[in-house]
Design a protein around this ligand. Structure first.
Ligand code: AMP
Length: 547
């Protein structure tokens, strides 16, 4: 027997409509690409989103069309996040840091009909446009006064597209499983793979984003996603914020320490979210300038592992609690968060640190397990390690238009195999050991490159560290460590290696240290281990899969 409850379909536009009604005067503050700070409220954002929907209709956009964005975190991008899925189309966010060939590939693979771009990327699109035959128009996200002279055919001014349109729109109803967003993963070899989100997956993910244990602030408090809207929906913050009534603060094109500090300070931001490299740079700025962040409570860290050095520096020097989280493009992305429960928070310091540096506990509705090479489930005892597998309503069930890729990542029971090696302890905390392709196999032992990096980062001269495998006749592979030193500080390779003794097992101590001026990064701001292996080892680089 079925119950008698309404069967409303979940829809993304409902999130913003809710905020326009119940958090109407809460602000959205953006550093605009043109320069000045822009402010408006959820009420105004919703009105403009309605106007934008009319603009999309005028350009002939229909249900199911793919519409691309190449843009920073800002209010116009926010409007696109809602108007595009609102009309039943798909918002395809593109990472501008991808290689040009990858951008061409994904725009053509997605068959995007329109591309919305910030001023910053107009020269890039001018170069690529000849290879994008399906694109019908490029909308430049600015006003008439700032429209650049461009060689782009069919360039449209964003504000012209909205101007004069009614500020109400008859949003269509459709099945909650309708495609709403598209984001491509960013491997450094092979073609990117498309992850197609739905209204249902996005709304459920957004609701879970608003929980205290997902590092959320409270209604009216400010959150600043440094994590970009052009990759994995800025960890879902732009969708969660309207539900919780959070004040949204967008950093625009400026991610440097000074600009971030200014916004965090002036807008009294209490939660901010981003990858470790951004927090290292901001920490550097705070140390040099002596400036403080009195309102900031939580620094959410994910995308790659947070080192102990980073965690301790933020907590002890800046007085801000770090909160680790884990996710992937395929997981919408947030699946695991780490706000320590009172029991773990009150443990003696060293034990507390072990929990603090773990990735945290799974969110409700996300199932986690670890499996061995044969796919057999391993115990969640905090000791056994295996490949992390996930399931849930906001986990991808296949890649978009790519059957062959899909087969290799999902098992017969529908679990998604993440490519991460992890353990899960009896309290449910996830400890990521490494990516399978980055793990170092030395004489039958698995050595975590993340553990070596975390230990190396505790050396006062080390600004950044990455461990990679070097082929070795006797041991199969041996770890070597690439290091970037802090400006003006010296340390020898031997000193750094000596500092690791005691902290790591004997076989995990790197054989040598290579000094780098700069690390190669992936499009999502992580150290590109495959490129690093090629750079450091040249022809001797082990034949591991892409990173
Ligand atoms: P992406 O799809 O680009 O977001 O990358 C997802 C991958 O980033 C995961 O499979 C992990 O290897 C890595 N990752 C994300 N968050 C963390 C974290 N907190 N600690 C360690 N690795 C992480």
């Amino acid at each position: 027997m079925f119950g008698f409850m309404m069967d409303d379909q979940l829809s993304i536009i409902a999130l913003l409509r809710f905020a326009a009604r119940h958090h109407a005067s809460t602000e959205i503050v953006s550093r605009s690409v043109e320069g000045p700070i822009h402010r408006y409220t959820y009420r105004e954002a919703y009105k403009r989103t309605n106007q934008l929907a009319h603009g999309l209709a005028k350009l002939g956009m229909r249900h199911g069309d793919r519409i691309a964005t190449l843009a920073w975190n800002g209010y116009r991008h926010f409007e696109l996040y809602y108007a595009i899925p609102g009309i039943g189309a798909v918002c395809h966010t593109i990472n501008p840091r991808l290689f040009a060939e990858q951008i061409i590939y994904i725009v053509n693979h997605a068959e995007d009909r329109l591309l919305f771009t910030d001023l910053t990327f107009v020269p890039l699109i001018e170069k690529l446009i000849g290879n994008l035959p399906k694109l019908e128009a490029v909308i430049i996200m600015t006003d008439r006064a700032h429209m650049p002279a461009t060689t782009l055919p069919n360039a449209v001014c964003y504000e012209d597209l909205l101007d004069g349109n009614p500020d109400t729109y008859e949003w269509p109803s459709f099945d909650e499983r309708t495609a709403s967003g598209l984001c491509y993963t960013s491997g450094t070899t092979g073609n990117p793979k498309g992850v197609m989100y739905t209204h249902r997956s996005t709304v459920l993910h957004a609701i879970s984003t608003c929980q205290r244990d997902s590092s959320a602030p409270g209604a009216g408090e400010a959150i600043l996603p440094v994590v970009p809207m052009f990759h994995v929906n800025a960890w879902g913050v732009p969708f969660g914020a309207p539900i919780g009534g959070f004040k949204l603060v967008f950093p625009g094109a400026r991610y440097d320490g000074e600009a971030l500090h200014e916004l965090l300070y002036d807008e009294k931001v209490v939660v901010t979210a981003g990858v470790p490299t951004v927090w290292m740079a901001l920490l550097d700025y705070l140390r040099k300038s002596g400036k403080t962040l009195p309102d900031l409570r939580i620094l959410a860290v994910g995308g790659s592992a947070m080192s102990r050095a980073l965690c301790e520096a933020w907590e002890k020097e800046v007085g801000v609690q770090t909160a680790h989280g884990w996710g992937m493009t395929e997981t919408s992305p947030a699946a695991v968060n780490n706000m320590l429960a009172p029991k773990e928070a009150s443990l003696p310091y060293e034990e507390r640190m072990t929990y603090k540096l773990s990735q945290g506990r799974g969110r409700f509705l996300v199932d986690l397990k670890i499996v061995d090479a044969e796919g057999k489930e391993m115990p969640q005892d905090g000791v056994a390690t295996g490949e992390l597998c996930v399931r849930g309503p906001w986990i991808a069930s296949s890649y978009y238009k790519d059957e062959s890729m899909s087969k290799s990542s999902w098992d017969a029971q529908g679990w998604f195999h993440t490519g991460d090696v992890a353990s899960i302890d009896p309290e449910g905390y996830l400890h990521i050991m490494d990516r399978i392709k980055d793990i170092i196999k030395s004489g039958g032992e698995w050595v975590s490159s993340i553990d070596i990096e975390n230990a190396a980062m505790l050396h006062p001269a080390v600004a950044e560290a990455a461990a990679i495998a070097k082929p070795d006749k006797k041991w199969g592979e041996r770890p070597i460590l690439a290091v970037r030193l802090r400006t003006g500080v010296q340390a020898s390779g031997t000193e750094i290696i000596d500092s690791l003794r005691g902290a790591l097992a004997k076989w995990a101590i790197p054989d040598e240290v290579i000094f780098m001026d700069e690390f190669p990064y992936t499009a999502t701001g992580k150290v590109a281990k495959r490129l690093l292996r090629e750079k450091v080892l040249g022809a001797a680089a082990p034949d591991k899969v892409a990173s």
